[in-house]
Every structure is written in structure tokens, then in C-alpha cells.
Ligand binder design. Structure first.
Ligand SMILES: NC(=O)C1=CN([C@@H]2O[C@H](COP(=O)(O)OP(=O)(O)OC[C@H]3O[C@@H](n4cnc5c(N)ncnc54)[C@H](O)[C@@H]3O)[C@@H](O)[C@H]2O)[C@@H](O)CC1
Ligand SMILES: [K+]
Length: 541
């Protein structure tokens, strides 16, 4: 489980360590310098030709950058530090100077002039705007962004913002992409607390974050600017364990631990039966994908309940193990491949039938996945949805539509600008668990949905963020597969619904990768890859 912390928690965790005199900044700088050396090696740059530009802000983030600059220069790398503030970390600056880092000073906010220090760091010779540091930037194979970390307030302004603008233009104009950007702690300008991007940010290839993962690095859209994120723990694990996280992310080992693996005493009914109401004359393939995904995720039985004979025949052609007679189910997937009003009537009818069967047997009504065409038939009463373990699987556009139809007007762009906020609002408005699909999938659930669950002490935060799939996953039919995986999990496990949704997202993303690592995949490919993916994940149990 990866836990993402906000600024307050980081400060609370670091405070005692700093008071105890632990040299956190030196360790942090050591990690940054190692990451820079790793990137230079990856680019095949010999140490004698290596050039690095470090962007230095006025706080401790800049301090990390200055110490890292000194450590690199000590090893023979040509390092320039561009100070975007007049006052920077004094010890860091002294250290950098001592090791021969070239110091360039950006003038105060807004002013165009730049100056360069002489080797003693005393006399400053004015130099024309854009000459020294832009030349250095274009020569450097690695840029290190240490302008601001968790101490940033609002979007980048002044010299920092201007520097990002220049570097972005420089990067765009270059044919040769052989350069890496490493962000220190966070890409400067991003908040540790959330995923909103409120100003210019230098997109990083890699972020070395200090002490623990920051919530903002797990949340879109900010997460998309951080590149590969690695945590430098700095021995602060016990301190962070005592802090509250803002968001969580399941890893494969968590999924393995939580997965409903059948025991010797199980039979098809104890394992769980899933009903599927999906597919139509217009989109028959959705039924095949949803049923296939559910079967290959593993449940006792899948009942295909849509009463469209032609679609049912197609499903049976692909999966003869599908049962097409009505009967009791523990979970129901509603909506993939359904679109018009007639389809929605069908959803209501099938749901009523299934509920009647459960009622007659005195068993709880099935848990529900509302996907695509079924989102519009979700009951208005949040209590109803909460009670019956309902989960919605919209993308941003569908979420905006759903909220707008329920008296909370919002459009797709606003959802995409702050999905963590809107997914929580959607939980409040609907009472359901909401899985918001995207490059990063966010899951939020009503607090009750996290309760109990066989002593599972994960998922307490109420917000989960999964980034398991590659952009190749964004293809028609991908959501039908996710709905099938999730349905199978809901039918077979009583774990808290948000955890099941996060598990489904992880397995979905991994199966797509497993089907064809690094290349294009079709949903049919990743349905086929599901059993192998799961077997691999379960080795971590
Ligand atoms: N607390 C600690 O001892 C440790 C902190 N570390 C580093 O210290 C950082 C936190 O340091 P600080 O609290 O000093 O804060 P930061 O250095 O993250 O941010 C403060 C700096 O950003 C500038 N700034 C703030 N908002 C801005 C805006 N909108 N536009 C432009 N500039 C802006 C400030 O003027 C100041 O120069 C962490 O992110 C991490 O990199 C590490 O050295 C590990 C140990
Ligand atoms: K930074």
C-alpha cells in the first residue's frame, strides 16, 4: 500500500527527526545526486562530458538542490545552479561554491536582467537576459528542478514561472530529446496536498520525493507531470506511519492478500454468482467482453441476463460456460453496451427480477455495478445505493453528466481539473462508491463502505488512486472489461467495495500490460491475459 501524505503530515513527521539533528537534507541531496548520475548513465553521457543545470529556489527545496549540485560537481560533473531567489539556503550555497558549482542569479521577480557570480561568489557582473543560463540549459543533459517543494503557495510566480516558460520553449524547439528533468520532492509549483495544477510546471521525467509519497504525486492531473516517482525514505518510515494519509494506492501485494481465492470447501454457489445485463443490438460485443472478463477473473458462475437472444447466442459462442437462465446472483453488472431508453427499461426489469428472487430466498439484494448506459437509472436516494453496495464506473464526461442531472452542475473540464474533489462529491450525491476512470483511476466510497471487512485495515482514507494501466488501455471496450472484473469481485468478496474497485483497476491495468508489454492491446487481448495476470499477482500472497 502506498500512502500519499500532505504538507502538514510531512512537517509533523520530519520535525522530530530534524530536532534530533538527523541530516535529512544531506541525505535527500545524496539521493538526488544519485538519480542524476543514473540518468546521465542512462543517456550514455561520460562523466567528463556531463553538464547539469540545477534550478534553485529560496527554501529547503533549493537547499536540497544546492547540496546535490555540490555532490555532483565533486564527482567531476560540470554543474550550474540558477538561483531564482536572492536569498537561498546559505549552507547549501556555500557547499555548492566550495565544490566549484557555477552560480547564476536570476534577478528578482519580473526583472529581466541576470548576473553571474565570480568564483569568489562576491562580485557580480551583469549579463544580458537569457544568455548565460539559457545557454547552460541547452547544453545540460539533466535539469534538476529544486525551485519549490512542499512549501509552495499557489501556482509558480515571478522568476520561477519565467524560468519554466523559457525551459518549456527550449524543450519544444529541440529535436534532440536526450535530456532528462528530475524534480526534487515535487515538480515545483505542485502542491503536496492535491492534484490541482494552478500555474506553470516544468514536466519531470522523474521525481525524487523525500521521506514518503506526497498525495499530489498520486492525484491527477498533477501526477501526470511528475514522471516516474521514487520515494527516498530517509529513515522516516516510523514517523510517517503515525501520520494520516490523504490518499492511498494498492500495490500488487495488497491485491494478492485481499483476493478471494477459493478454498477446498467451496463450490460454484459459495464462490459467488454474477449476473450481467449488458450488450445490445447496437453494441453486442460489450456483452462478450463483460462476461469474458468476469469468467476469467474467476467467480462460481456468470449468468447472462439480457433477454436478447441474438446477443446471448454470441456470448455463448465465445463462452459456452455462461448460464443464460435467470436465478439468484450476489452481484450484478448493469450497463456495458446499453444506450437507449429501451435498454434502460430492460435494466430496471432485470434488476426487479433479481431483487425478487433474493427477497423470496431471504438473502440480501445483490451488489450492483452501474456502468455506461445504466448510470442514468441509478436510484436517486443515496441511502438505497449505500445499503446495497452500489458502485459506479463513469469516466469524467459521464460523471459530469450524472452530477449535473442530480442538481450539481459541472462540466467535463472541471471534473478533469480536480477529479479528487468531484469523485468525492459524487459519493456524497449518490451514496455509491465511485470509480472514476482515467489515466489515473480514482475511487472514493461512503465511509461505511470502508468499515468492517474481515479486519482489513486498509482503505481507511476514503480515496484511492490507481495508475496501473498504460495509455494503450484507452480503447473502446476497455471499460466493459473493467466492469466484468469488478462484478466478479463484488460477487465473490465481501471486502469493502472501494478496495474491490481498486483491485479491479489494478488487475485491469496489469492484464493489458501482460497481454503485450509496451504495445497496443485490444480488450479481447487483455480478457485473455486475465488468468495469467492473476496467477502472477497471487504469487505475492
Ligand atoms: N523539512 C526538512 O528538513 C526537509 C525538507 N526537505 C526539502 O525542503 C522542502 C520544503 O522546504 P520549505 O518548507 O523551505 O519550502 P520550499 O523550499 O518547498 O518552498 C519555499 C520556496 O518556494 C517559494 N515559493 C513559494 N510559493 C511560490 C510561488 N507561488 N511561486 C514561486 N515561488 C514560490 C518561496 O518563496 C521559497 O523560496 C521539501 O519539499 C524538501 O525538498 C528535504 O531537505 C528533507 C528535509
Ligand atoms: K521541486
Amino acid at each position: 500500500m502506498i500512502r500519499g501524505y500532505g504538507r502538514q503530515a510531512v512537517q509533523a513527521a520530519e520535525g522530530p527527526a530534524l530536532s534530533a539533528g538527523r541530516p535529512l537534507m544531506r541525505w535527500a541531496a545524496g539521493g538526488v545526486a544519485a538519480a542524476v548520475r543514473g540518468e546521465l548513465d542512462g543517456l550514455g553521457v561520460p562523466r567528463s562530458k556531463a553538464r547539469v543545470l540545477v534550478l534553485v529556489g529560496g527554501g529547503n527545496n533549493g537547499g536540497d538542490g544546492l547540496f546535490a549540485a555540490g555532490l555532483l560537481a565533486e564527482r567531476g560533473v560540470v554543474v550550474s545552479a540558477l538561483l531564482v531567489r536572492e536569498q537561498v539556503h546559505a549552507d547549501g550555497l556555500a557547499f555548492a561554491r566550495r565544490h566549484g558549482v557555477r552560480i547564476l542569479v536570476h534577478a528578482p521577480d519580473g526583472a529581466p536582467a541576470l548576473r553571474e557570480e565570480d568564483s569568489a561568489g562576491e562580485a557580480h557582473s551583469p549579463i544580458p537576459d537569457g544568455v548565460a543560463w539559457v545557454r547552460e540549459a541547452s547544453l545540460a543533459q539533466v535539469w534538476v528542478d529544486a525551485m519549490a517543494g512542499i512549501g509552495v503557495r499557489g501556482g509558480l510566480r515571478g522568476a520561477s514561472a519565467a524560468v519554466v516558460g523559457v525551459l518549456d520553449r527550449l524543450r519544444q524547439g529541440q529535436v534532440r530529446p536526450a535530456r532528462r528533468v528530475i524534480a526534487v520532492d515535487t515538480p515545483s509549483g505542485l502542491s503536496a496536498d492535491g492534484g490541482v495544477v494552478s500555474g506553470p510546471v516544468l514536466r519531470a521525467d522523474r521525481t525524487v520525493t523525500m521521506g514518503a509519497m506526497k498525495a499530489g504525486l498520486l492525484l491527477p492531473p498533477a501526477a501526470g507531470l511528475a514522471g516516474r516517482v521514487e520515494v527516498l525514505e530517509l529513515g522516516l518510515e516510523p514517523e510517517f506511519a503515525a501520520q494520516a494519509a490523504l490518499v492511498e494506492r494498492l500495490e500488487a501485494a495488497d491485491v494478492a492478500r485481499l483476493w478471494p481465492v477459493p478454498g477446498p470447501g467451496d463450490h460454484k454457489y459459495t464462490r459467488g454468482v454474477l449476473g450481467v445485463v449488458a450488450g445490445s443490438g447496437t453494441y453486442p460485443g460489450a456483452a462478450v467482453l463483460t462476461v469474458g472478463a468476469a469468467l476469467r477473473t474467476g467467480c462460481g458462475m456468470v449468468r447472462y441476463l439480457s433477454k436478447d437472444g441474438a446477443v446471448a447466442d454470441r456470448v455463448l459462442d465465445h463462452y459456452p460456460e455462461t448460464v443464460t437462465t435467470p436465478g439468484r446472483v450476489q452481484a450484478l453488472v448493469l450497463g456495458p453496451g446499453l444506450s437507449d431508453e429501451r435498454d434502460q427499461d430492460r435494466v430496471r426489469e432485470r434488476l426487479a427480477e433479481v431483487d425478487e428472487l433474493a427477497d423470496a430466498a431471504g438473502t440480501p439484494p445483490p451488489a450492483l455495478v452501474y456502468d455506461a448506459g445504466a448510470l442514468s437509472v441509478l436510484p436517486q436516494d443515496p441511502q438505497v445505493n449505500r445499503r446495497r453496495r452500489a458502485v459506479l464506473t463513469p469516466h469524467a464526461g459521464e460523471l459530469a453528466e450524472l452530477l449535473s442531472a442530480r442538481g450539481t452542475p459541472v462540466d467535463r473540464a472541471r471534473v478533469e481539473a480536480d477529479p479528487a474533489r468531484w469523485v468525492r462529491i459524487a459519493v456524497e450525491v449518490t451514496g455509491a462508491t465511485v470509480l472514476l476512470k482515467g489515466a489515473v483511476t480514482l475511487i472514493a466510497g461512503p465511509s461505511q463502505a470502508f468499515d468492517g471487512g474481515k479486519g482489513i485495515r486498509t482503505g481507511e482514507v476514503g480515496l484511492l488512486s490507481q495508475a496501473d494501466g498504460s495509455p494503450w488501455l484507452a480503447t473502446a471496450g476497455s471499460g466493459d472489461v473493467l466492469a466484468g472484473i469488478l462484478g466478479a469481485l463484488l460477487a465473490t468478496s465481501e471486502a469493502p467495495v472501494p478496495l474491490l474497485a481498486a483491485m479491479a483497476a489494478l488487475v485491469h491495468g496489469r492484464a493489458a500490460h501482460w497481454a503485450n508489454p509496451g504495445g497496443p492491446v485490444t480488450p479481447s487481448d487483455f480478457v485473455r491475459a486475465l488468468p495469467g495476470t492473476l496467477a502472477q499477482v497471487l504469487t505475492l500472497r
